[in-house]
Ligand binder design. Structure first.
Ligand SMILES: *[C@@H]1O[C@H](CO)[C@@H](O)[C@H](O)[C@H]1NC(C)=O
Ligand SMILES: *[C@@H]1O[C@H](CO)[C@@H](O)[C@H](O)[C@H]1NC(C)=O
Length: 500
């Protein structure tokens, strides 16, 4: 690449003052070109491989800017849709963050990528993001085996039966939160409040941290981390990215300290499991791999930080967007209220929600799914290609990165007729075709937190609609899709308490 740039620069100079510079520049240019050719001949096997169509844009940054700009201007689907119609509806080539990348499209592309895990692809995060999340010495190691045990273990502890115990905790925390942070005000900004709530809940359920000041300290550090994930990755004192790396380190160290303390408690004789179930961290500490060895504590800290990142901004974005669309469509709000009111009335005074109650929230969940379809919190995830892939007549070489995007299906009229229309009934009956509605990914490594997110959104919604009606302060507040979907001003709303 550097060689190419030099050659281009050389060529430019030759244009300007050909005769003068030619004797000096021609030999190096020839040398560069021949070196480059030799170099590429060594690197690339002479094969007839047909790469996916597409263009790679600028050197190094590739098409990253177009990708980011589409999201910022509120039409993230544009990047994918334009290229699907121009190049191929199955897979096209682009370049993001300095890597060659194959973007898999449509239900077939999603299905292929989701079912190729560990065979053709592995999960991959851009290196700057790894640096924020990992312990330094672990960045260099391949992400393939650093936590395969944990990956098998996580879906286990996030499965519905294990999460049942969390529902009453979620319910009582939602009630407290609405009482303390919402009911005292006529007007609130939804995004910061839903972040505060989801973070406090994660601290409680993942680590059994209840103390408000402690939660606040962690949240402040965590905010540094999530801001840094989308910043320019320059690790120099004073930059957002530098603060994120530091914040990530503080949180991991804090997690290690909590684990030490928890181990002492577990070893003491009078340890008793709490009635509402044990927090995630403790359960990870108690678990062991197939050889009976306990899980590595640093892996646990890394994983819990990853879970906070994966779970916090995404669920707070989802909750915010549900509130956004319910303000937009009063008739849908009314139907949600009716469903939730019936559930509330079936409970004794002070009785908290349970698993059966949540199973009755069918209409509310269809609404939430429609929100996740039109404004998904996350647009897709990266993979690294570990063996040559042949797909739809093209070859995607080993070493490339791959990406799938919710937008190749969510906003595609082939799968969702009239895709701009907000219509929860799409999720009634049989619902969308397989691999078309993918806000949580799919396949064996589908987002482990899907069920957690469902419970969190529904329990919060139950409490909110039973207490308030709301109206947007900014009628057509724009939605931006940067790292996560969010209204640009954080969704200020006017609250109107309901009389019960
Ligand atoms: C981050 O955590 C540390 C240690 O708990 C604390 O001293 C610091 O104040 C926190 N940072 C912020 C911005 O709150
Ligand atoms: C709600 O959905 C469940 C399955 O998800 C179904 O068994 C139940 O009958 C549905 N309830 C209503 C009221 O539609």
């Amino acid at each position: 690449m550097v060689l190419l740039i030099l050659v281009v620069v050389a060529a430019k100079y030759m244009d300007m003052d050909l005769r003068l510079l030619l004797p000096y520049l021609l030999p190096p240019a020839v040398l560069f070109i021949s070196l480059y050719l030799v170099f590429s001949a060594y690197r690339r096997k002479p094969s007839t491989a047909k790469l996916p169509p597409g263009k790679t844009g600028w050197p190094v940054i590739g098409e990253t800017w177009d990708f980011v700009r589409a999201g910022r201007s509120g039409t993230p689907e544009k990047f994918v849709n334009d290229r699907m119609s121009k190049y191929s509806t199955d897979v096209f080539r682009t370049s993001l963050l300095g890597d060659n990348l194959a973007m898999f499209c449509g239900a077939t592309g999603n299905k292929f990528l989701f079912s190729s895990e560990n065979k053709y692809v592995i999960t991959w995060w851009p290196r700057p993001i790894q640096r924020i999340l990992s312990f330094p010495e672990e960045i260099v190691s391949s992400s393939k085996d650093d936590s395969t045990i944990l990956r098998r273990f996580l879906p286990e502890i996030l499965r519905p039966e294990a999460l049942k115990h969390y529902i009453p905790v979620m319910d009582s925390m939602a009630k407290d939160h609405l009482e303390a942070d919402w009911s005292q005000n006529k007007q609130v900004r939804v995004l910061p409040l839903s972040k505060k709530y989801t973070f406090a809940l994660a601290c409680r359920l993942f680590m059994n941290i209840k103390d408000h000041a402690h939660v606040r300290r962690l949240e402040n550090n965590f905010t540094l981390v999530s801001d840094g994930l989308v910043s320019v990755p320059v690790n120099f004192p004073g930059t957002t990215y530098h603060r994120a790396v530091k914040g990530g380190r503080i949180i991991r160290e804090e997690l290690l300290a909590i684990m030490m303390q928890r181990k002492t408690e577990l070893a003491s004789e009078n340890y008793e499991e709490g009635a509402e179930g044990t927090d995630l961290l403790t359960r990870m500490l108690l678990a062991s791999d197939e050889n009976g060895r306990p899980l590595n504590e640093r892996d646990i800290a890394y994983k819990v930080l990853g879970l906070l990142v994966a779970g916090h901004d995404t669920t707070s974005s989802a909750i915010t967007m549900v509130i956004y669309y319910l303000a937009e469509y009063p008739h849908i709000y009314q139907k949600v209220l009716q469903e939730q009111k019936e559930i509330a009335m079936s409970k004794a005074p002070g009785e908290l929600l349970n698993w059966e109650d949540v199973q009755k929230m069918n209409y509310s969940w269809s609404v939430a799914c429609e929100v996740l379809r039109v404004s998904p919190p996350v647009s897709g995830t990266f993979r690294e290609v570990i063996a040559d892939i042949s797909f739809a007549g093209f070859t995607i070489p080993k070493g490339w990165k791959a990406y799938w995007s919710v937008y190749s299906t969510h906003k595609n009229p082939k799968y969702f007729p009239d895709p701009e229309r907000f219509d929860p009934s799409r999720f009634e009956g049989k619902g969308p075709a397989p691999y078309t509605f993918v806000p949580f990914g799919g396949g064996p490594f589908m987002c482990a937190g899907k069920e957690y997110a469902r419970l969190e959104i529904l329990v919060f919604l139950h409490n909110l609609v039973n207490r308030f009606k709301w109206e947007k302060v900014i009628p057509n507040e724009k939605i931006m899709y940067t790292s996560f979907a969010m209204p640009v001003k954080g969704l200020p709303v006017l609250l109107q308490p309901l009389q019960n």
